[in-house]
Design a protein around this ligand. Structure first.
Ligand code: FAD
Length: 511
């Protein structure tokens, strides 16, 4: 049914075609906007239309009988003509680009199609040539290519690594610095970068997809174990590309890309960290100096208060007995008492007051790492193996950072002193951070001799020490540590369950 319909359409088309007067064909060719020429089998022109004259500059009369090679500008490689003629001899049409020369000597790029005209016996009698001047289009195409090459070269010459990604985060283009970074890492950095961005700046993401929106430079650390740490200042710029497909010719549409620019700031970060460490060290040294003055003065007050209390007791005894002549002794004791109390008061006034510090948001992992960094030379010298187990994404707490740094320095110093004092060669220090519902817990566990159960509470008393008393060990370190933890409404305890050394637990609430 369908086939017979096709046949009838074909028959009616043939009938309609045959009814067309030959004049229509002649006029159509004559008036066509495209340059048309008809040649004999040796490429001698037998007909050319006015458009052909417009393109080439030759009149129809001048072209008649001439070989098409009249247009040849001798830069087209021979192989092009050989392919052209090879195709025509196989009675196949040929299409391609040729550099032609007009009558006035100017050149143009011709987009040419030659079709063999076959007679009823299938022999080639003529060739039909149709060409368009595509010089401008070619120029435009090359201008775009040149511009692209220029942009690529400009991007390559920047120090910053740049990568353009699609909505699905697949890279579509990257510059030399980015490729070098990829080579340096040994794998594409994009997934790790997005993971790090998401961990530090979750607002940039929605359902695991990086939002297609521009963002100002953000500091981001690649999450892998890079030594030294890899830090980048990363910014995002949305770039819209016009859709060039035919569908978008009347209905404009855009494809959105995100250009990520990565500036390596690892060196700066290292300097910043070093600076922070140096200032922390300076602060701790100052705290330590003040603490040492405080301990010495407190020690002196403590020593003075003992005989003073005895004198007080003696004075009370003498006054109770009311023996003759005791007034003189009482007045003497009173003078000693007053002088002693005045000295105690003077010493108390000399006690340096604490450095006032406001609560801040504190990253305990970072603080502990800095404290460990400051202690590295001592740890190395003592051959201590450090097992640092921070909880990733440990919630931050509100606390006084310098006080906490003093606390951890004290606890770390204690652990190190204990391990150095023990005869064991195996020296291990384990530091762990864990988060619970209401607090963050830091555990410091050393492989030293430990604290006997009977002393586990007393070590927090002032002037109590399990070591030989010396200038360094007045027995105030854990008292101070306890004070700091108390001022944070936290808890400090020696774990009684642990017997292979000493394990100290510090619990600090979030606020
Ligand atoms: P030619 O000596 O003409 O030929 C170069 C090579 O082509 C030779 O090595 C030879 O093997 C082969 N060759 C040439 N003529 C024939 C033939 N008749 N049969 C088999 N092989 C042959 N050229 C242009 O430069 N610009 C045009 O716009 C253009 N339009 C053309 C339109 C038509 C319809 C046809 C049929 C040809 C056209 N040509 C055109 C090709 C042109 O005829 C020349 O072949 C070409 O210009 C090279 O010229 P030439 O003098 O350098 O070399």
């Amino acid at each position: 049914m369908c086939e017979s319909k096709d046949l009838s359409t074909a028959l009616s088309f043939k009938a309609a075609f045959e009814q067309l007067p030959p004049e229509v064909f002649r006029l159509a060719v004559e008036q066509a906007a495209v340059a048309i020429s008809i040649t004999d089998t040796r490429a001698r022109i037998v007909y050319s239309n006015p458009s052909f004259s417009r393109v080439t500059g030759y009149s129809q009369q001048e072209l008649l009988g001439k070989n098409q090679s009249i247009l040849s500008y001798k830069v087209t490689p021979k192989i092009v003509y050989e392919s052209l003629w090879g195709q025509l001899q196989r009675k196949q049409p040929w299409s391609g680009l040729l550099v032609n020369r007009r009558k006035d000597g100017s050149r143009y790029l011709a987009d040419l199609t030659i079709t063999p005209v076959l007679n009823a016996q299938g022999e080639t009698t003529h060739y039909l040539g149709m060409q368009r001047d595509v010089t401008e289009m070619h120029q435009l195409e090359h201008q775009v290519m040149n511009q692209q090459a220029l942009i690529e070269r400009a991007l390559d010459s920047t120090q910053a690594a740049m990568v353009m990604v699609q909505a699905d985060l697949q890279p579509v283009m990257s510059n030399r610095s980015y490729k070098e970074l990829e080579k340096h890492l040994g794998y594409p950095p994009l997934p790790e970068l997005c993971q790090a961005l998401k961990a530090q700046w979750p607002n940039l993401f929605q359902d695991d997809v990086l939002l297609n929106r521009s963002f100002a430079p953000l500091e981001v650390r690649l999450s892998g174990h890079h030594d030294p740490e890899l830090w980048f200042s990363c910014s995002g710029e949305v770039i819209e590309e016009k859709d060039t497909s035919a569908d978008a010719f009347y209905q404009k549409s855009f494809t959105r890309y995100l250009l990520l620019t990565l500036q390596d700031i690892s060196h700066l970060k290292q300097q910043q960290k070093q600076l922070q460490l140096t200032s922390l060290q300076a602060l701790l040294s100052e705290q330590e100096r003040l603490q040492s003055v405080r301990e010495t003065l407190s020690g002196a007050i403590y020593q003075l208060e003992r005989p003073l209390n005895l004198i007080n007791a003696a004075a009370r005894l003498v006054s109770r007995r009311e023996q003759p002549g005791s007034e003189e002794l009482l007045s003497l004791l009173g003078e000693v008492q007053a002088a002693g109390q005045e000295t105690v008061n003077q010493l108390t006034r000399c006690l340096p007051s604490d450095i006032r510090e406001e609560d801040q948001v504190v990253n305990l992992n970072q603080l502990l790492q800095s404290s460990l960094s400051l202690l590295t030379p001592r740890l190395l010298a003592a051959g201590v193996i450090v097992d640092w187990q921070p909880e990733s994404d440990l919630p931050r707490i509100q606390a006084k950072p310098t006080s906490l740094a003093t606390l951890f320095k004290q606890l770390l110093d204690n652990a190190l002193d204990a391990m150095q004092a023990s005869r064991s060669d195996q020296r291990e220090l384990q530091i762990t951070t864990r988060s619970y519902k209401e607090f963050v817990e830091v555990t410091l566990q050393d492989s030293g001799p430990g604290i006997p159960p009977s002393d586990q509470l007393r070590v927090f008393e002032p002037f109590f020490t399990t070591r030989q008393q010396s200038d360094k060990h007045l027995g105030m370190g854990l008292t101070l540590a306890q004070e700091i933890v108390n001022s944070h409404q936290g808890l400090l305890e020696v774990d009684p369950e642990f017997t292979s050394g000493c394990r100290i637990k510090v619990q600090l609430p979030y606020v």
